[in-house]
Design a protein around this ligand. Structure first.
Ligand SMILES: *Cc1c(COP(=O)(O)O)cnc(C)c1O
Length: 404
């Protein structure tokens, strides 16, 4: 239910985003919640203190600011509870640590966000947890990989950088036959375009650093659990002691208010540019789940209600990648997408073990920002021309770089 008592399905998404999480009358009518800087909370008397008999008891457990964002995210995800931590990577780590113990087996999609793999291969392995990577398109086949000690199946869809779309309902059904907890890194779609818990996932994880924050100026992670998994996630959150900071929490709630209109623009521009790129010289392929050419387009269409602004292209030839990137003037070269500005980077798939697949050339990930589409297209043409020239041996590239 929304704070005004309406069911979430009764109003449109942008209307919900404008209201969820906080009721102005709770704080003197101010439209936004206060940014509460706190550690200590005072109790009126010894008995209340002994019984923990009031709403807030210590800032690690929550404040009016964190509560507003948690309620907003629960409304979007349909979750029983949400924890806020200082980065998306911390949300991944907290969730895995909450459900894995020595001797357990965890199945992780091979196209996972690289730092998640790093965590699994170092910390989890060192703790005596058996880590196994599976082919992202495995679907119901996940059942065959389950062992008696499989406790978690970790999914991420679409995949980081390579954009395979997973059959999440089939994976969740399969995993639950072995009583494994299903987690999903849902950062790409945001809860606006995919609601993991509606598709059988137990815990939905986000780098709110990306679209929810939206301005490339902070880090924050969220993990949202269904009723069955919430107590254990919450206990681990308190045990690790990694609550998100007040200003960052506030800024993410602020970001949610405009996330719908921002995502609509990201979506439209990215689809237009991706479709256009499919027909540009120098491009060997485009990987965008919303394009009919994507091998998993049907699953994306069945399960997702939209697409964000991140996808990949394959350049014809490998040596051209740096020429392409260096010729860009609007696209920045940077990692953390979801902000207002367009970004490009070359993807390194060296860590993939099952889902590597041969590429015809360099894989470049693009985040399409909020700039004007025509300017972005021109910038990409600059990059593609530079790449073509770099691909012609014996030509001095510097001549052409000056010319552009
Ligand atoms: C960026 C990202 C993360 C990590 O978020 P940080 O806040 O940068 O730690 C996790 N998963 C995915 C898919 C991401 O893109």
């Amino acid at each position: 239910m929304m704070p005004d008592g309406k069911s979430p399905t009764q109003t449109g998404m942008n209307t919900r985003l404008a209201r969820i999480g906080y009721e102005p009358s709770d704080y003197f009518g101010f439209v936004n919640p206060p940014v509460v800087h706190a550690s200590t909370v005072l109790f009126p008397n010894a008995r209340t203190m002994a019984e923990r008999g009031q709403k807030y008891i210590y800032a690690t457990h929550g404040t009016p600011t964190t509560e507003a964002l948690c309620h907003a995210i629960d409304a979007l995800e349909g979750s029983a509870g949400t924890v806020l931590v200082p980065s998306g990577q911390a949300a991944v780590a907290l969730s895995l640590l909450a459900f894995l113990s020595a001797g357990d087996h965890v199945l992780i999609t091979d196209s996972v966000y690289a730092p998640t793999r790093q965590l699994a291969d170092t910390v989890l392995s060192r703790m005596g947890i058996e880590v196994e990577y599976y082919e992202p398109r495995i679907g119901a086949g996940i059942k065959r990989l389950l062992k008696s000690n499989s406790k978690v199946v970790f999914t991420e869809s679409p995949a980081s950088n390579t954009f395979e779309v997973q059959d999440i309902p089939a994976i969740a059904r399969g995993a639950h036959t072995g009583n494994a907890v299903v987690m999903m890194d849902n950062t790409w779609a945001t809860p606006l375009f995919f609601r993991p818990l509606d598709h059988g996932v137990d815990i939905s994880i986000h780098a709110a650093t990306k679209y929810p924050a939206g301005h490339s100026d902070l880090l924050l992670g969220t993990a949202s659990a269904n009723a069955a998994t919430w107590p254990r996630l919450w206990a681990m959150f308190l045990a690790l002691g990694i609550p998100a900071a007040p200003n960052d929490t506030y800024q993410v709630l602020r970001g949610l208010r405009t996330m719908g209109v921002r995502l609509a623009h990201h979506q439209k521009s990215a689809i237009e540019i991706a479709s256009w790129l499919e027909h540009q010289p120098g491009i060997a392929g485009v990987r965008h789940p919303a394009l009919p050419s994507h091998p998993d387009h049907a699953i994306w269409k069945r399960d997702f209600s939209g697409a964000s602004g991140v996808f990949s292209i394959v350049l014809e030839g490998d040596p051209q990648a740096h020429a392409f990137l260096d010729a860009l003037t609007i696209f920045g070269l940077g990692f953390s997408w979801g902000g207002y500005g367009s970004l490009a980077m070359q993807v390194d798939l060296a860590d993939r073990t099952v889902a590597s697949g041969a590429l015809k050339g360099a894989l470049i990930r693009l985040q399409i920002g909020l700039e004007d589409i025509e300017d972005l297209k021109q910038d990409l043409v600059r990059g593609l021309r530079a790449a073509t020239r770099a691909g012609q041996p014996g030509i001095d590239q510097s001549v052409f770089v000056k010319e552009i």
